[in-house]
Design a protein around this ligand. Structure first.
Ligand code: 5AD
Length: 352
């Protein structure tokens, strides 16, 4: 008889069993992820605008197209007016929230620039929730941005395995798994709604690694997640690695991970990462069918997009109307909703 796997508290062994499923059995895991999502969240799809405000990065991650030593990338930082225009677009299109993302820059100039932008967005669009994705920063900087009006912060751990982390990053103090974990703790202490995530299908990554990542997310009591497949970028050292799993494996494993995470943490927000679209035209829709409840809409001006390629992908995803597609499946899109994670609402309510 099939082993009963508990929602909320699957063991590591249970998670590995879920992650290992293929074909029809994988579909059953996705269906359980989907049902768990509908029963434990508001049951709607939240939207987030995404503005990739700068591709300047101090890090040199071996998988990422905008890594510091990639000299083929033309570097940019959007001006304040353009960022405010992106926020206005998010507001006008009823997206409910905006994610400001950039490479990791630790400088007083960037800190102050970001603070100013956050304040202006809040002043002009008080209901628009602001999500930051600016990498590892000091706790003081996190506090400053929170005080300026930021609501949420996304800092992906990428992997919690020290073995994989060392394979994916240069061995120096700028790239440290421990520091990244500390940054996540600082964000939590500062009062943000905190998100993290991993890349799935990394060379050398096994099911036990992913199960450990999910257990780590439970341990830090994360509120939201972005889960996406690893996609090669030819201008990076990792691209030629011979252990990169086939695309089909990466797609199925990413969907299994979304479903397993949903089963382990039923009320968090899970975003369908844009990198899924690089593997399948209907990547985001598939993510929703496995338990994701957030869709990102790219608002980065066309001129900059070609310079914000973390991984390589086709252009067709830009044209496709994912929302119309989801609505045709009967999904309810929560236009205009800020989209706080129910997990966050519940955990902060308890502390009053
Ligand atoms: N494939 C998939 N995702 C990537 N990211 C960066 N490079 C890649 C890649 N090659 C993701 C990471 C990072 C986020 C900004 O983009 O998860 O945290």
């Amino acid at each position: 008889m099939e082993k009963e796997i508990s929602t909320f508290n699957p063991s590591k062994e249970d998670l590995v069993l879920l992650l290992a499923k293929r074909s029809m059995q994988a579909h059953q895991v996705w269906a359980r992820g989907y049902e768990t999502c509908k029963q434990n969240t508001a049951g709607v799809i939240y939207l987030r605008g995404l503005a990739e405000i700068s591709n300047i990065c101090g890090k040199d991650c071996y998988y990422c197209g905008i890594r510091k030593s990639n000299e083929a990338v033309e570097r940019y930082t959007m001006c304040k007016e353009d960022i405010l225009l992106a926020a206005a677009q998010a507001h006008k299109n009823n997206l409910g929230s905006i994610t400001l993302q950039s490479g990791e820059v630790k400088s007083p100039d960037f800190t102050n620039f970001a603070e100013e932008i956050i304040k202006e967005i809040k002043m002009n669009f008080p209901d628009l929730k602001i999500v930051l994705s600016f990498g590892e920063q000091s706790k003081d900087t996190y506090k400053l941005w929170k005080a300026a009006g930021a609501d949420r912060y996304l800092l992906k751990i990428e992997t919690t395995s020290q073995r994989l982390y060392s394979m994916l990053h240069p061995q120096n103090v700028t790239h440290s798994l421990e520091k990244r974990k500390k940054a996540l703790a600082a964000l939590k202490e500062t009062g943000y709604q905190v998100g993290s995530g991993i890349m799935v299908g990394l060379p050398g990554q096994n099911l036990s690694d992913i199960a450990n990542d999910i257990l780590f997310f439970k341990e830090i009591d994360m509120d939201m997640a972005g889960i996406g497949p690893y996609i090669e970028h030819s201008q990076t050292p990792l691209a030629g690695n011979e252990e990169i799993p086939p695309e089909e494996t990466r797609l199925v494993l990413t969907l299994n991970t979304i479903a397993a995470l949903r089963i382990a943490m039923p009320s968090i927000n899970i975003a369908a990462a844009t990198s899924l679209d690089a593997l399948n035209k209907y990547g985001k829709e598939m993510a929703v069918s496995a338990g994701a409840n957030v869709i990102m809409i790219n608002l980065t001006p066309e001129g900059h997009r070609k310079n914000y390629r973390l991984y390589e992908r086709g252009l067709d995803e830009l044209d496709k109307n994912v929302l119309a597609q989801l609505e045709s499946y009967g999904e309810k899109i929560a236009y205009g909703a800020g989209g706080d994670s129910l997990h966050f609402i519940n955990r902060t309510r308890l502390s009053f």
